[in-house]
Unconditional design. Sequence first.
Lengths: 470, 67
Amino acid sequence: MTSQELHYLSISEAADLISQKRLSPVELTQAHLTRIEATEPRLNSFITLLAYDALASAQTAEQEIQAGDYRGPLHGIPIGLKDLYYTKGILTTVGSKILRDFVPDYDATVTERFAEAGAVLMGKLQMHEFALGATSVNPHDGPAHNPWDVDSITGGSSGGSGSAVGSGQVMGALGSDTGGSVRIPAGLCGIVGLKPTFGRVSRRGVFPLSFSLDTVGPMTRTARDAALIMNVIAGYDSRDPSSANMPDEDFTAALGQSMSGLRIGIPDEFFYDIIDPEVAEAMCVATGMLGELGATVERVSIPVLNHSLAISSTILIAEAAEVHTENLRDRPQDIGADVRGRLQTGALTSAHDYLKAQRARTEFNNQMAEVMERYDILVAPTSAIGAPKINQTHIEIGGRQENALSLMSRLTRPFNICGFPTATIPSGFTSAGLPIGMQIAGRPFEDATVLQVADAYEQATDWHTRRPPV
Amino acid sequence: MSENNITQNIVESLALAGGIKLTSDESAALVASVQATANDMATLDALDLKGVEPAITFRADPQGDSR
């Protein structure tokens, strides 16, 4: 098998070969390091590359497997972590100047779980500073570059995770998602991203952005691979106050099951207000495909969606400002201008406004819960446009100049408000050759159903098999 | 805040009350974003929130899920 064939294997495919001792974790890791060496100057996916440690982990994995101690599908698999996951003894900058020298003295729960599963940590991945932004254009580390067009952004805030997985530098990664930071870069980089149900994956040892919105999620090249990672990282954690005490489950269990009987809703409001016609057309074709696969697909009116941005933005920036109280007071000059401005706006938000937004959130969630009594799944575009160029501010849609960054990042917000599990999967390309993503959202704690639908769509299409030119 | 017109003076007063140090350029730049928050809040008046409590994540039952 050539190096290229190795670095674009899915986790599932590689795990089968490794478990049968037909593929060496060392060979697999070396192939990815070669890929990183070839592409990193154009992508800037990594903040910290752990080449030596990764090879040592791969050698350990190989010895264990040869000795008959195979731990499971992530054993010997090269993965990456967004640089806000605590890694004991390893630099964790959160994409910031303020934490440029921060080395945690403990591992995040998800870092521990990856290690227990025998995964090979390749490095810490680039991100928008403090995860407070959707471009991954970072004043301290430089921008992450989109593997489909290196002059375009990856989206964010988990931009390095998007570019690393999309380009074959790693087989899977973790992002974090507060307003869309897994799904936006996954969608724009042509990969799968899952924002699990709020509370389903531990946040212990994850640098916070917004207490009531933050989630941890996998970014992979297939839905099955996302399920395999969820099998490792999901589960109750008594050390995380937000962790949901739900039974463990096999997130691959529903993969391959028929979609017959599933009811899918396409919201009328919000998602198609301002959208690139090419993205809207791709959604039309994709939702048609879901119907052909056996689901009942129909339009549904959810007027409360029109309040998504007011609720999400107010809560997010107010909570983020509280997290960064000391940084704003003591080191504002060390925070990039865009993030500093958002934090300052949050700091000026009144308790009255914050609570009003949280009350509106209750009403939003009540109405969404009512809708989900009638539907198993909602589908919507992930971003209204393909990836903008780095530093592009506006885009023309329908003869009008629209704010490109706003359009790119607004459609993921509703599902953070209600905490629904939501995946994005590749569902087409713009005429410029940039990926289009489709969101699939389900009821709380029905992450497996979301992955079932994502996998079924994937099996019926070839978007996820296309590779970027980088 | 209501949807009143936000001025630089208002921003600077809010910052002073909140202990936030702003340069004159920063307070001027924040007028638009604070105005946007005020406008967002005004749109929420369209929702009937009588009797609706905020989505606070605290639960007395430590074993329960978080919402």
